[in-house]
Design a binder for this molecule. Structure first.
Ligand code: GTQ
Ligand code: FE2
Length: 316
């Protein structure tokens, strides 16, 4: 029996001999996630046109535009993170549902938007962060007089990879009751509180890699906001250029205020308020302030997931 016949015989039994092919058994593989910058000046006009094509509740679930990473289009914004901008006109609602992916919303513009999470109505002002952990019922609406926009962040690429992606629309209308019970976790982080914490942090210490940075954490347990995703608010102060480092995690940033540049793997991305950008795993990156006012960045990062797997490494 020659090798070819032997391999065919293995195959008959559902076996494979990887050593019969050349190359190492476990090969290094570079990330396909690309550094990418999405400009608000390009997003906003396209978002404002979207109601002509899609109406939530009428044929469509939600009116969103996804941040599509050209390196991993099937995974969305990064290989682990899905970012989208959701847009609702005054009076519109997005139907109730739940799903296995964990999700978060970071409010961008407009007053009067709300999300109901398991019966708790959260009115979202710009800069507010609201969580919808795995399998919690949620629905959205806009009770204001202007369009509202927010960033959706989901770990759906991870859940999809785990082959347990499930999404259930709610068939029966349920009464929206304030549960009255002690909420298992904080789901609404208000902008004023987060911003105050950031300013307090600026008084005490800064990171050489991120300048002034705070992580949103569960006030009861200290846990990251979601098991897979951590959220951060950071300030790059005038005149600051941070040191470069690399992390095995990846990040999607939203520029809340100000201007700056992030150099990712030797390419410089100049950002302004409203822009989004992604830092792929293991890509060296640093931030530099531009302009006069402090720059403020919100980010979602898959650091908790990597920690849970024992795979978080950081180096400079
Ligand atoms: O609004 O609950 O961007 O379920 C993707 C999936 C938003 C949402 C997204 C979702 C939602
Ligand atoms: Fe959802």
């Amino acid at each position: 029996m020659d090798l070819e016949a032997y391999c065919a015989w293995l195959s008959d039994a559902g076996l494979d001999a990887p050593w019969s092919r050349s190359g190492p058994l476990i090969q290094s593989k570079a990330s396909r996630v690309q550094p990418f910058l999405w400009r608000w000046a390009e997003i906003e006009p396209r978002l404002r046109c979207s109601p002509q094509f899609v109406v939530p509740g009428r044929g469509a679930e939600r009116r969103i535009l996804r941040l599509a990473n050209p390196g991993v289009p099937e995974r969305t914004s990064a290989h682990t993170l899905s970012g989208a901008i959701q847009y609702l006109l005054p009076g519109e609602t997005a139907p109730a549902h739940r799903h296995t992916p964990n999700a978060l919303r970071f409010m961008l513009k407009g007053e009067g938007a709300y999300t109901i999470v398991e019966g708790d109505k959260c009115v979202m002002a710009p800069g507010d962060l609201v969580l919808t952990p795995s399998m919690m019922w949620h629905e959205h609406g806009n009770e204001g007089s202007e369009p509202v926009m927010w960033l959706d962040g989901l770990d759906s690429p991870v859940v999809r990879y785990l082959e347990i992606l499930k999404m259930e629309p709610r068939e029966e209308p349920r009464e929206a009751v304030g549960s009255g019970a002690i909420t298992p976790r904080t789901i609404h982080y208000k902008w004023d509180d987060a911003y105050r914490r950031l300013l307090q942090q600026a008084e005490s210490s800064a990171s050489p890699y991120d300048d002034v940075i705070v992580e949103y954490r569960d006030p009861l347990t200290g846990a990251s906001v979601l098991p897979t995703i951590g959220c951060y608010l950071q300030m790059i102060r005038p005149g600051v250029e941070t040191r470069a480092h690399r992390q095995t995690s990846s990040a999607v940033y939203q520029v809340v205020q100000g201007s700056g540049s992030t150099t990712i793997a030797d390419e410089r991305y100049d950002w302004d308020a409203g822009d989004f950008f992604v830092v792929p795993p293991n890509a060296p990156h640093n931030h530099r302030h531009r302009g006069t006012e402090p720059a403020i960045l919100f980010s979602m990062q898959d650091i908790p997931l990597l920690h849970a797997l024992g795979l978080y490494y950081e180096s400079s």
